[in-house]
Design a protein around this ligand. Structure first.
Ligand SMILES: C[S@@+](CC[C@H](N)C(=O)[O-])C[C@H]1O[C@@H](n2cnc3c(N)ncnc32)[C@H](O)[C@@H]1O
Length: 334
């Protein structure tokens, strides 16, 4: 079909086939529709390539109010509302904040605190609104395995996580005495537009994730973390230096390094290797990222051929310890 054999068309078809199929029938149908729709592709191609990404487009359409209907209804809404959608795509970025990821970080966080005999000071780089900075405030349901909850319970529905291998699920939650984050654009859990944007980034069928997000943002609002605006490579050292001396510092990140170029990732990796080896105050480093985003760490995460299955890789101080569901829904200890 004329006008639909473009890079943007291929990108949307591939996104539908690889990312959404089986997870979001609606996004699958919409993205397949876009990939064969010369008029919509031409509109998307008026944006710079980095801003044509499906997740940004779908989130922007949802933010502006697209009805959750068939492709014809989607298409007609987009054509009518293109100026508003475009403006969101030009000013917002994909910043999905998923508290569920705490379920795969928790075993390592608890083990670090127990081994060091001290409470935790958490530094999250690429924190979005900071919902992952509250692992001590959520309830967990590991399967098979125990359920855990903070004293007094949690306002957030339990984070479900399927377990495989010898995952060291703790018997109680670690104490967190300090939490701080860095983001290029910190989102404000108390700002209605930021909350609406975070909600628009949750895929439509994932209603439990939307519910969890709303509840987790309530936790953030009740006790806001220190969130620093800036580049993680510029801000991580000064922020680590601000952590209280009587706590063990854990620097962590989840679904962030894909946004950095090779040079930025290498610089961050080198900083973290130095920080973990610091004689005076070694920090712990937890990396939860897609395959291949942190190549070059000894023993780390280049994938073997055929290994890619959409799961993330969890590393502690540069050593791969687990594979995980990208939203924290599963963990396989290696
Ligand atoms: C997909 S979100 C993940 C948020 C959170 N880590 C989570 O797992 O829910 C990625 C975040 O990284 C931030 N980010 C990307 N590049 C960054 C950089 N160079 N410095 C600081 N933050 C960055 C983005 O703004 C975004 O909020």
């Amino acid at each position: 079909m004329a006008g639909t054999d473009t890079a943007t068309s291929v990108r949307y078809r591939s996104f539908a086939e690889v990312e959404t199929r089986g997870y979001s029938p609606l996004y699958d149908a919409w993205c397949m529709g876009v990939s064969g729709d010369g008029e919509l592709l031409a509109l998307l191609d008026t944006l710079p390539p980095a801003r044509r990404q499906p997740v940004l487009f779908l989130g922007a359409a949802r933010f502006v109010g697209v009805p959750l209907g068939d492709y014809a209804a989607f298409r007609s809404f987009v054509l009518d509302s293109w100026d508003a959608i475009r403006s969101v795509m030009e000013t917002r970025a994909t910043q999905t904040n998923e508290a569920g990821r705490c379920a795969v970080l928790l075993p390592s966080l608890a083990a670090i605190s127990a081994d060091e005999g001290r409470p935790l000071a958490l530094v999250e780089v690429g924190a979005s609104a900071g919902a992952c900075l509250y692992p001590d405030r959520y309830a967990y349901s590991y399967s098979p395995g125990p359920s855990l909850q903070p004293p007094g319970g949690s306002p957030v529905p339990p984070l479900d996580c399927t377990v495989a291998g010898p995952v060291p699920v703790p018997s109680s939650l670690p104490e967190v005495v300090w939490r701080a984050g860095i983001d290029l654009n910190p989102l404000d859990a108390g700002d209605d537009d930021d909350v609406r944007w975070l909600e628009a980034l949750v895929w439509p069928e994932h209603r439990f994730r939307a519910e969890r997000l709303r509840a987790a943002l309530g936790v953030v609002r009740a006790e806001p973390p220190l969130l620093i605006r800036g580049d993680l490579n510029e801000q991580v050292l000064p922020l680590v230096a601000r952590a209280p001396a009587d706590a063990v510092v854990v620097v962590f990140h989840s679904a962030v390094l894909a946004y950095l170029d090779r040079e930025g990732r290498d610089r961050f990796r080198d900083t973290m290797i130095r920080l973990t080896a610091d004689r005076e105050r070694p920090v712990h480093w937890l990396s939860h990222e897609g395959y291949g985003t942190l190549a070059g760490v000894p023993d780390a995460m280049e994938k073997a051929p055929g290994e890619e299955d959409g799961r993330f890789v969890l590393q502690h101080n540069g050593v791969t310890i687990a594979r995980t569901g990208p939203h924290g829904q599963s963990i396989e200890w290696l």
